[in-house]
Design a protein around this ligand. Structure first.
Ligand code: FMN
Length: 359
C-alpha cells in the first residue's frame, strides 16, 4: 500500500507508543531495544512514540522529544543502528501535550506533576480549563504562544527531515493540544481559534501546514485524530469528516483514526475493533488512506477489515507489544509472506516453506 509516495510492504502498522524512558527528550538504550525488536517484526511501518516539539509539550518529563541538537543527534544514532539491520519504514509522531503536559509516568501513578513540584511545569492550552478538576489549570495561549508552537512544530519537522524519517504523523488525538483546540470541551476561546467548527479547526490546520512545509515534500505527513470524544456535545465524527476534508487538499497523506482522551467523562464502548467504523466513515468521505486502530488483535479480524474495505491499513499497539512477531504469525495464519532478518530465517516452521522473504 502507499501512504502518499511511501510504499509499505504490507498493511500492518505499529502504532505510536510512549515509553516514558527518555532523558531530556533523548532516547537511550531502552529505545534501541524496544524499537530494535519491533523493527524486526515484518510490519509495514513503525511509528515512533509521541515525540514532543518542545520541553513544555512533553506529557511527562521522560517523554521523547525532538527540540534540541542533542535529541536530534541521539535519535540519529538510534535510527542508524535500527537501519543497519532492518528496512522497515519508520515514521515519527510529533505532538504537544497542551493541558495534559507535566504528568507522571503511568507506573509512577500518572496524574499531574504540579508546576511547583520538582520536575513539573506550567501547562498551556487553548483555554484555562484543567483536564481534571483537581489539577492546576493551564494558561490560555496568546498569539505569541500560538506562533511559538507553530514554530516548534516546523523546527521539529525540519529535524525529522534531516533524520531521514519516512513520514510524520501529526498528533491531533487523545486529548492532547491539537485535539484540545478541536473539541468544544477543551476550547472555549472567543477569538478566531474558538467557537465555530471552522475556528476550532484553524490552529490544527495551521500546524499541519507548517509541518507539511518544513518536511521534505516527497515524504508523507499525515494526522492522527480522535474521531469522537465519547461525550455528548464533544468533538464528533462529523467534525472529524470535516477536518479530514480540509486536510486532504492541503497535502495530508492519510488519517489515523483513534478516539477519546479529551475528557474524564468519556464513556467508551470497548470491544474488538471498536473504532473501525469511524475509520470506515472517514475512508468513504476522502480519497487518502484511512488507518484503523483499537483492539485489532487477530490476523483474521485484521484481514477482514482490509478485505471488506473498512480501512486501508490496520495499526496495532498492545497486541504487538504482547507478540512482537505478530506480522510473522499473521503471515503464517493467512498464507502470506513476510520479511525476516537473515539471522532468524532458520526458525521458519517446516510446514511453511515460503513464509520468509529475502529483502
Ligand atoms: C504503552 C502505550 C503507549 C501509547 N502511546 C501513544 C502515543 O505515544 N501516541 C498515540 O497516539 N497513542 C498512544 N497510545 C495509543 C495506541 O497508539 C493505540 O491507539 C491504542 O493503544 C489502541 O490500540 P490497541 O488496542 O492496538 O492497543 C499508546 C498505547 C499504549 C498501550
Amino acid at each position: 500500500m502507499q501512504i502518499g509516495t511511501l510504499a509499505l510492504d504490507n498493511r500492518v502498522i505499529i502504532a505510536p507508543m510512549c515509553q516514558y524512558s527518555a532523558s531530556d527528550g533523548s532516547p537511550g538504550d531502552w529505545h534501541l531495544i524496544h524499537l530494535g525488536h519491533l523493527a524486526l517484526s515484518g510490519a509495514g511501518m513503525l511509528i515512533m512514540e509521541a515525540t514532543a516539539v518542545s520541553p513544555e509539550g512533553r506529557i511527562s518529563p521522560a517523554d521523547l522529544g525532538l527540540y534540541s541538537n542533542a535529541n536530534e543527534r541521539d535519535i540519529a544514532r538510534l535510527l542508524a543502528a535500527i537501519r543497519a539491520h532492518s528496512s522497515i519504514r519508520i515514521g515519527m509522531q510529533l505532538g504537544h501535550a497542551g493541558r495534559k503536559a507535566s504528568t507522571r509516568a503511568p507506573w509512577e501513578g500518572g496524574g499531574q506533576v504540579r508546576p511547583s513540584e520538582p520536575g513539573g511545569w506550567q501547562a498551556v492550552a487553548p483555554s484555562p480549563l484543567p483536564h481534571l478538576p483537581q489539577e492546576v489549570p493551564p494558561l490560555a495561549l496568546d498569539r505569541q504562544g500560538l506562533a511559538k508552537i507553530r514554530q516548534d512544530f516546523a523546527t521539529a519537522a525540519r529535524r525529522a527531515g534531516r533524520l531521514g524519517l519516512d513520514g510524520i504523523e501529526v498528533h491531533a488525538a487523545h486529548g492532547y493540544l491539537l485535539h484540545q483546540f478541536l473539541s468544544p470541551l477543551g476550547n472555549q476561546r472567543d477569538d478566531e481559534y474558538g467557537g465555530s467548527l471552522e475556528n476550532r479547526m484553524r490552529f490544527p490546520l495551521e500546524v499541519f501546514d507548517v509541518v507539511r512545509e518544513a518536511f521534505p515534500s516527497e515524504r508523507p505527513v499525515w494526522v492522527r485524530v480522535s474521531a469522537t470524544d465519547w461525550v455528548p456535545d464533544g468533538w464528533d465524527i462529523e467534525g472529524t469528516v470535516a477536518l479530514s476534508k480540509a486536510l486532504e487538499p492541503r497535502g495530508c497523506a492519510a488519517i489515523h483514526v483513534s478516539s477519546g482522551g479529551v475528557s474524564p467523562r468519556q464513556s467508551i464502548p470497548l470491544g474488538p475493533g471498536y473504532q473501525v467504523p469511524y475509520a470506515s466513515r472517514v475512508k468513504r468521505e476522502v480519497t487518502m488512506p484511512a488507518i484503523a486502530v483499537g483492539l485489532i488483535t487477530d490476523p483474521h479480524q485484521a484481514e477482514a477489515i482490509i478485505a471488506d474495505g473498512e480501512a486501508d491499513a490496520v495499526s496495532l499497539a498492545r497486541a504487538i507489544l504482547y507478540d512482537p512477531r505478530w506480522p510473522w504469525h499473521a503471515a503464517a495464519a493467512l498464507g502470506a509472506q513476510v520479511s525476516a532478518p537473515r539471522q532468524y530465517r532458520r526458525s521458519q516452521p517446516r510446514e511453511l516453506k515460503n513464509l520468509f522473504r529475502e529483502d
